[in-house]
Design a protein. Structure first.
Length: 400
């Protein structure tokens, strides 16, 4: 599909130029010309008084037999002998998609000595687990995991694949999609089945989070997408549940890998592992200066919580980007989220509104954060935080 200007019909009125939100129309020699910034949004079509602007449909020839592809797959990310939480979250949502389609749900488990984890995958709803094991998968390696995953897809042909939008998932998903010549919808925040096409409807933020885009992949298989951690809740596990374990031989040899792990450096302490935290204490612009984050960290230490930050605090250099919560940071869903001096911009709310309990501290009683908070404290955050820290410290001491 493309936006075309019929140069013979164009009268050079330039009415289309100001309506383009992307600056994709130039005037050259008295005629409108579409440049490389065009996103084919169509905003220019209705304003042309002589209908010189039109869409040109480009015929696509797809030889893929889509009827061969069945089932919903979830990539099971694991590290340190444990299945990461996002795997369970996606299994829960994948179960809903598979049931609506009347197809199987399978987990893809790649690693070294990870077979015992299959029981957890079955417990979270999978009917089948595809297992690839070997020393070459001892730690995540882009090349090794891509080869193994692509081999599974080519052999068993899934209709849809869900991957966590983690550091590893964002690395693996696009590479696999490119190898099998399909599309990939990144950073999805919702999933459903389109009732008309029976395709997966991938929903993700667009234009800086100002709109939500619904995306389909009608011509290629598998349909693929990465989904942010903590967007969905973990399903209740049934440890009595079993399924079919399919072991697939590795096609990778360690000596063939171009990249090898030399050393693991700890660049993040436990207080910035936001995706896995049960309690998060976040600070924002209301702290006024970076030194005041010490009050947030003191409360987090007493509660055994992770430390988060708003985009404003990160942009100001008060905290590293690893701590950022929000549309352009990490999506979290802890049991308790404490927002300290955060006004509640829509981008921040999108990243933490799924928390079980939200506690907001802000001196502005009309701050948007109070609209989503379960409990609100109106006051100076620098006065409130030390009081909370002292009270929780007393409580912990009394419980010992």
């Amino acid at each position: 599909m493309a936006i075309i200007v019929n140069q013979e019909k164009c009268i050079g009125c330039s009415a289309c130029v100001p309506v383009c939100p992307f600056g994709a129309i130039d005037m050259k020699n008295g005629k409108a010309v579409i440049n490389e910034n065009c996103t084919m949004c169509g905003a220019c079509l209705p304003v042309c008084p002589v209908e010189a602007i039109y869409r040109e449909e480009i015929e696509r020839v797809v030889t893929m037999d889509k009827t061969e592809f069945k089932g919903v797959w979830v990539f099971i990310e694991q590290a340190g002998g444990e299945v990461k939480g996002v795997g369970h979250e996606l299994l829960g949502e994948g179960r809903k998609l598979a049931d609506e389609l009347g197809e199987e749900l399978a987990g893809v488990l790649i690693g070294n000595g990870v077979e015992e984890m299959a029981s957890e995958v079955f417990a979270s709803g999978a009917d089948k687990v595809y297992l690839v094991e070997g020393p070459e998968y001892d730690h995540y390696n882009t090349e090794a995991y891509t080869v193994a995953f692509v081999d599974l897809i080519q052999k068993f042909k899934p209709a849809a694949i869900l991957v966590g939008a983690t550091n590893d998932g964002r690395d693996l998903g696009p590479r696999v999609a490119a190898r099998v010549r399909t599309g990939l919808c990144a950073d999805c925040t919702d999933l459903s089945i389109d009732p008309e096409t029976r395709l997966v409807l991938w929903t993700r933020p667009a234009f800086g989070g100002n709109i939500m885009a619904d995306i389909l992949c009608p011509e290629h298989r598998p349909q693929m997408g990465t989904v942010r951690p903590k967007v969905f809740k973990k399903p209740a596990q049934d440890m009595n549940r079993t399924g079919e374990l399919v072991k697939v031989a590795s096609k990778v040899k360690i000596e063939d890998l171009k990249v090898k792990l030399i050393e693991i450096l700890a660049v993040c302490t436990s207080n910035c592992k936001l995706e896995e935290a049960d309690i998060i204490v976040s600070g924002g612009r209301g702290l006024n200066k970076p030194e005041n984050f010490a009050a947030v960290e003191a409360l987090a230490e007493v509660l055994g919580a992770a430390v988060g930050a708003s985009r404003a605090a990160v942009d100001a250099g008060w905290k590293p980007a690893l701590h950022q919560v929000g549309q352009t940071g990490k999506t979290v869903g802890p049991k308790i989220y404490i927002a300290c001096g955060i006004s509640g911009a829509i981008q921040h709310l999108a990243g933490m509104s799924s928390s079980d309990t939200i506690i907001a501290i802000n001196k502005d009683p009309d701050a948007p954060i109070f609209k989503v908070a379960d409990y609100g404290i109106v006051g100076d955050v620098l006065e409130v935080l030390p009081l909370l820290t002292a009270e929780f410290s007393k409580y912990k001491a009394a419980c010992k």
